[in-house]
Design a protein around this ligand. Structure first.
Ligand SMILES: [Zn+2]
Ligand SMILES: [Zn+2]
Length: 287
């Protein structure tokens, strides 16, 4: 199958490089059937990367206007990527992606995907230097977020591994690590959320495989969980980055179908991985 949709798209409304309409045109150029915008939701700290609270209405209005303008050619959804520590409501949106970008460490709030030095310093100071303790705290936050909000999608599930190559915080093969992963996946499964297979780190050349890793995907498949696919796009040139690799990755983990943003009444459509062409060939499902 070709994946002709992306549910996780940033623009110049937050820290993306491409204006929203140019991103729509790029999606049309790739033959996309649907596209979901998900700016970083407003928050009270680390302001430059999120939508400014006083500009949230502008963001929603522009995406809704683009959805109308291009309605006959592509289905556009207005979503948001809401960090656990965001101050934003989700009711104005078609859906939201729940992400944990920060690991509270006392007075510090390092981004797990930010500077490795800041993260290492915070782990030293607050977790006694134990990467495993830090990782357990990260997955506990993700599990609590899923339980409390029942999000449609969980963003970049194992984002905390981004800095692991540089810092050696934990061993992905350590059973204690996978136990923490399992506990978080259990909460996410109970919440009914999809996991996204996110190629954004590959597009930015910081990881060699999508989030989450193959081992996590296999575990998730074993639990009966569903997946969608995203490029966590910050630059429309990479809107479908590595999407051609994803069906094989998913097949290798045991999946035979994937959810993409729907073109009809339902938010999601379930598409077999061996479908010959477009997402509309799949049955509509509510997930
Ligand atoms: Zn994110
Ligand atoms: Zn994102």
């Amino acid at each position: 199958m070709r994946i002709l949709s992306n549910c996780h798209t940033h623009t110049t409304h937050c820290d993306g490089k491409t204006p929203a309409e140019d991103t729509v045109l790029a999606a049309l150029g790739k033959g996309f059937r649907s596209l979901g915008f998900t700016s970083h939701a407003p928050q009270h700290f680390d302001l430059p990367y999120a939508v400014r609270p006083d500009r949230e209405g502008d963001y929603i209005r522009e995406i809704r206007a683009l959805a109308d303008k291009y309605r006959s050619r592509i289905t556009i959804r207005c979503g948001i990527e809401r960090d656990l520590f965001s101050c934003a409501d989700v009711y104005p949106y078609d859906y939201f992606i729940a992400s944990v970008h920060y690991l509270p460490c006392g007075a510090e709030m390092p981004a797990v995907d930010g500077s490795p030095e800041c993260l290492a310093e915070a782990v030293r100071g607050f977790y006694g230097g134990s990467g495993l303790r830090a990782v357990r705290a990260y997955y506990s936050l993700l599990a609590a977020y899923a339980r409390a909000w029942r999000p449609p999608v969980i963003g970049h599930f194992d984002l905390i591994k981004k800095n692991n190559a540089a810092l050696g915080l934990f061993d992905e093969n350590d059973p204690a690590y996978m136990e923490a992963v399992f506990e978080a996946l259990k909460a996410i499964r109970e919440a009914g959320s999809l996991l996204e297979v996110n190629t954004g780190g590959m597009a930015r050349n910081v990881v060699s495989e999508p989030y989450p890793s193959a081992a996590v995907l296999r575990m998730w498949r074993g639990m009966g969980g569903g997946v969608t696919v995203s490029s966590d796009c910050h630059d429309a040139r990479f809107l479908d980055y590595a999407f051609d690799q994803v069906p094989d990755i998913l097949s290798g983990a045991g999946f035979d179908r994937v959810f993409v943003l729907g073109t009809g009444k339902t938010l999601w459509e379930e598409v077999p991985l061996d479908a010959p062409a477009a997402p509309s060939s799949g049955a509509e499902q509510s997930y």
